[in-house]
Design a protein around this ligand. Structure first.
Ligand code: FES
Length: 619
């Protein structure tokens, strides 16, 4: 299917270019001066011979002396009568023909030599130019591409460079051409795709182009069918609103809501401050945005992946996979995050690589509205349909070597939404932070059949000053009520963002006017030293704050690295008992799925109560 889509894309380019050429050249044909374009500006009808019938030689006599004559015709050249004998006859005069000429009064054979060709050309020319050359030519000819017989080209020195073409066998004036005609011929060539010597639209290029156009239509048709089968193809004529009856999980009515038909139900509900749980931001992979619709609503492949047949029959669906056009009633299932989530327009104020694959992005809301959020919250970004490229723009020189092996692919993607956790947390609870900081990892494609991370690529390629819509803050991961229990933060990769936010919040918390002094342990895993985000900041913090303990761990450490080496879950397994008393500690986890599941299993084997483990899952 990927090949078919690629083929469709390239064919669309070809067909689109030719359509533009047709439009441009067609417009020119309508506007041009047809008199000039004919090339006959200085053409006139040659004088006819005044026949003296008594002097004419009998055609029978001519024929008796000639061989293989198909036809005989009396013609006039330079006001003199001639017999034109055709020995081989083509279907049209420009097809290959074989002629001979005989003087109609003397029966003497005549040939079109240079002197005769010049005179014949002059008899059909009414301009003021003089003849500058006369050349006998063989096909093909640029000015007369269809002509297959030998001709004399007689050139004139006039303001339009007229050329008169005289048939070398019959003396027929084949054509007048000039600069105006030659200019128009270029447009005819483009319009009729006549890049060879056919001189007409019945050419091989047009036949090949017609086959390409047929493939273009077929691939488009197959693609449309695929979209329809996947439930991704929707025909909407306007961005209308539709009433949706809303119920809670006990089927108690919550009233009617207007939901726009162009957005999915996950995003549509946010407009009414109802944020469903979601870790994948509408990608259909996390399975958290569960709602109940009418059982007849179509079932998408993502619905199939997350619900049993029985649940599907009961109307269980993923809200991110359906829009308001498909449903009249919606029942909420899971506990809702009904909070201050709102739609904002955010302007990018800063974008910088902080590791080879992770960028720090800073946004401010347009209009300078303060966005208050709890540390650990995330925003759901609306990624518009766009073209993407697998290698980001403006890669710093220091990180280019990490991208050498990654293939540079261009692709197109549909609109989608993606969740990104906030990475700042300093003082936002009391004052409201006007700057939103994110650390976003640019997801590479695992193979050629899968697109790179469309959300991460799009957002990381935004230029400073550009804007993007986002909904939030969605506060599904946050610290427990203030206590004196120590906290352990465990993360890796771009799981840094919510943990950094929580750590900053906790280190700045005041309780009854005094700084809270609970112990905070931060284990952060990365591959290389360059992947250790904010390394200096955390080392500085650990030097300044006696209650903050920072443990960076590298799986591919450089020589001389004095910190822990290996995978974070393995290091914890062998050392966690020596670090602190586990009983009563609050654990906060965020990172890749394998690290999270192995760490949670480890904590369970250490009898850590599940209520003390909070984690932010991300896909
Ligand atoms: S599956 Fe719908 S938000 Fe993740």
């Amino acid at each position: 299917m990927l090949l078919l889509k690629k083929l469709h894309k390239w064919l669309s380019l070809l067909v689109g270019l030719q359509l533009l050429l047709w439009l441009g050249t067609g417009l020119y044909f309508n506007l041009m001066d047809h008199e000039k374009a004919s090339g006959n500006q200085y053409r006139q009808r040659p004088a006819e011979a005044q026949l003296d019938i008594n002097k004419l030689v009998e055609p029978k006599l001519i024929l008796s002396k000639a061989k293989q004559v198909v036809s005989i015709k009396q013609i006039s050249l330079l006001a003199q009568p001639y017999y034109l004998l055709t020995h081989t006859k083509g279907l049209y005069s420009h097809f290959k023909n074989e002629y001979s000429l005989v003087d109609a009064y003397t029966a003497e054979p005549a040939i079109i030599d240079e002197a005769m060709a010049r005179k014949l050309a002059q008899s059909s020319y009414k301009g003021q130019g003089r003849v500058i050359s006369a050349t006998e030519l063989s096909p093909p000819y640029e000015d007369i591409p269809r002509e297959q017989n030998e001709v004399w080209q007689v050139n004139y020195a006039d303001e339009v460079n007229t050329s008169v073409y005289v048939d070398a066998g019959s003396g027929r004036i084949v054509k007048h051409s000039n600069d105006d005609k030659r200019f128009v011929d270029i447009f005819f060539m483009l319009h009729f795709m006549d890049y060879g010597t056919e001189g007409s639209f019945n050419n091989a290029q047009i036949i090949v182009f017609a086959i390409f156009t047929l493939f273009f239509s077929l691939t488009g048709f197959i693609w449309t069918i695929e979209l329809a089968f996947n439930g991704q193809y929707k025909v909407t004529f306007s961005n209308n609103k539709r009433k949706l009856a809303l119920f809670d999980k006990e089927q108690k009515s919550l009233g009617e809501f207007d939901v726009t038909t162009k957005t999915n139900l996950l995003d549509g509900l946010v407009e009414h401050d109802i944020a469903l749980p979601s870790n994948c931001g509408g990608g259909g992979t996390c399975g958290q945005c569960r709602v109940r619709l009418d059982g007849k609503v179509k079932v998408t492949s993502a619905d199939h992946a997350h619900f049993t047949d029985e649940q599907l029959q009961q109307g269980f669906r993923l809200a991110c996979q359906h829009d308001a056009m498909e449903a009249e009633k919606l029942a909420l299932i899971d506990t809702l995050v009904t909070n201050k989530a709102k739609k904002y327009l955010l302007e990018l104020t800063h974008s910088e690589f902080v590791s080879p694959f992770i960028k720090e992005l800073r946004f401010k809301p347009v209009g300078d509205e303060n966005i208050k959020f709890k540390a650990g919250a995330h925003m759901r970004f609306h990624i518009p349909p766009a073209k993407g490229i697998s290698i980001p723009s403006r890669l710093p020189d220091a990180f280019k070597r990490y991208w050498h092996d990654i293939e540079c692919l261009e692709y197109e993607h549909q609109a989608c939404s993606r969740n990104y956790s906030l990475a700042n947390g300093n003082g936002q609870i009391e004052d409201g932070a006007n700057e939103l900081v994110f650390t976003v990892k640019i997801q590479n494609a695992p193979n050629k059949t899968v697109l790179p991370g469309v959300g991460s690529s799009y957002i990381c390629n935004l230029e400073v000053g550009e804007t993007i819509e986002a909904v939030g803050p969605i506060e599904s991961f946050f610290a427990k009520e203030l206590s004196n229990k120590p906290m352990m933060f465990i993360g890796a990769g771009s799981g840094m963002a919510p943990l950094k936010s929580l750590i900053e919040e906790q280190l700045n918390l005041l309780h009854k006017g005094r700084k809270v002094n609970r112990d905070i342990y931060f284990f952060y895993g990365a591959r290389t030293e360059e992947d250790l985000l904010y390394k200096e900041d955390f080392f500085n913090l650990s030097r300044k704050k006696a209650n903050f303990h920072y443990y960076p761990i590298l799986s591919k450490p450089p020589e001389g690295w004095s910190g822990a080496k290996g995978y974070i879950q393995d290091i914890l397994a062998s050392n966690i008992d020596n670090i602190c008393q586990l009983k009563g500690i609050e654990f906060y986890l965020c990172g890749p799925a394998q690290m999270m599941s192995e760490t949670i299993n480890l904590l369970k084997t250490k009898n850590v109560d599940a209520s003390n483990i909070a984690f932010d899952e991300f896909n």
